[in-house]
Write a protein that binds this ligand. Structure first.
Ligand SMILES: Cc1ncc(COP(=O)(O)O)c(C=O)c1O
Length: 362
């Protein structure tokens, strides 16, 4: 089976971990600090705060930004559930805005009608590795004086008119889960230019401690360990190479799809650098097979293609129980049309050719 994801771990990562284990400092220590500095440099922010995973990153930045019970946060229904769950963790309510059909990203034209006096943040997701339309989103946010937090869990190194994902709002959050464009096994990071956010995040991730056994605020243990950071540091060095390979793979698959009626490749908007965490294409009504029929052919041919997220988040069982019934028809349709194809940097030329041939002959 050609797998949908494959972490690329080499001797350098192994050596990095062994060195940490031998050093005797295996919890949060100098490697975490170095990883934070190098990651902030890559994103182009003043600060980066490492945490235990991408969900913790979202949870802590929403807490640091003061989101609380009764507030509303605008986001997309086409994302991993952690995005909107992090809003629920605060006792606040996610308000779902529909997506653009060809990029699958939150549609800025539909944001303003959802803003109320309870709206306290906008949380766009740079889904699959392409940045949302940040100029349009920031313009709306500024007019209403609400902060923007970028969920960049899938967008390490993605760009929007020369600016990096995670540098365009109050803060950005990242995940280093095993399948992401760079990994630390598990892990997360929050990037921000705000000294105030930086300070609060550092307290929140470490029991609110300002100094040993002095607890200034209610905090948690959501720290990253030096073992994880050692892997992340090496992966960060390889990120550009990984992303370039993903872009090359994606360009090839897009060229294959463009010759087939009814199959729609994902669109990379002008001025954006998509880093293809996932390659999701649409099987529309003009194609000769249904989405599920094409998917079965791919899976029968040992290609690890799959549906994307099965449904808009508001249709998930426990969201329905909570009474969510927001209607995002574009997200609903695109999710029913979508197939994710393997696009990771470990794919060989032969595997790419084989996927292309299988799609063509289907
Ligand atoms: C868009 C999005 N947000 C948040 C997360 C949460 O990250 P983690 O799995 O590291 O908690 C993920 C990934 O898994 C994600 O894809």
């Amino acid at each position: 089976m050609i797998s949908i994801a494959k972490p690329l771990i080499g001797e350098e990562e192994i050596e990095g971990v062994v060195n940490v284990l031998k050093s005797g400092i295996i919890a949060q220590g100098p490697r975490v600090k170095e990883f934070e500095e190098k990651f902030a440099e890559m994103v182009g922010t003043k600060h980066a705060v490492a945490v235990s995973n991408g969900t913790a990153a979202l949870d802590l930045i929403l807490k640091a930004a003061g989101i609380r019970a009764g507030d509303e946060v605008i986001t997309t229904p086409f994302t991993f559930i952690a995005t909107s769950n992090s809003v629920l963790f605060q006792g606040a309510r996610p308000v779902f805005v529909d997506i653009e059909e060809d990029t699958y990203l939150i549609d800025p034209a539909k944001i303003e009608e959802k803003i109320t006096e309870r709206t306290k943040a906008i949380l766009p997701v740079h889904l699959y590795g392409q940045t949302a339309d940040m100029d349009a989103i920031n313009e709306i946010a500024e007019r209403h004086d609400i902060p923007v937090i970028e969920d960049a869990a899938q967008a390490h190194g993605a760009e929007y008119h020369g600016r990096k994902a995670g540098s365009m709002g109050l803060a950005g959050t990242f995940s280093f889960y095993a399948t992401k464009n760079m990994t630390s096994g598990e892990g997360g990071m929050i990037t921000t230019d705000s000294d105030e956010m930086n300070e609060r995040l550092r307290l929140l991730r470490n029991h609110g401690q300002s100094e040993r056994y002095i607890h200034k605020i209610l905090g948690y243990n959501l720290r990253m360990s030096d073992i994880m950071a050692a892997i992340g540091l090496v992966q960060l060095k390889k990120l550009e190479m990984f992303n370039e390979k993903r872009r090359k793979n994606a360009a090839f698959i897009t060229s294959v799809l463009s010759g087939i009626e009814g199959l729609k490749a994902p669109v990379e908007r002008e001025g954006r650098r998509h880093i293809y965490h996932q390659y999701g294409f649409r099987v529309t009504g003009d194609y000769q097979l249904s989405r599920d029929e094409l998917l079965k052919k791919l899976n029968d041919a040992e290609i690890g293609a799959r549906k994307g997220y099965f449904m808009p988040i508001y249709e998930q069982p426990f969201y329905k129980e909570m009474g969510f019934s927001q209607d995002c028809p574009v997200a609903k349709r695109v999710l029913d049309e979508l197939i994710e194809l393997p696009i990771h940097p470990a794919l060989t030329e032969d595997e790419l050719e084989y996927m292309a041939d299988t799609i063509r002959s289907a």
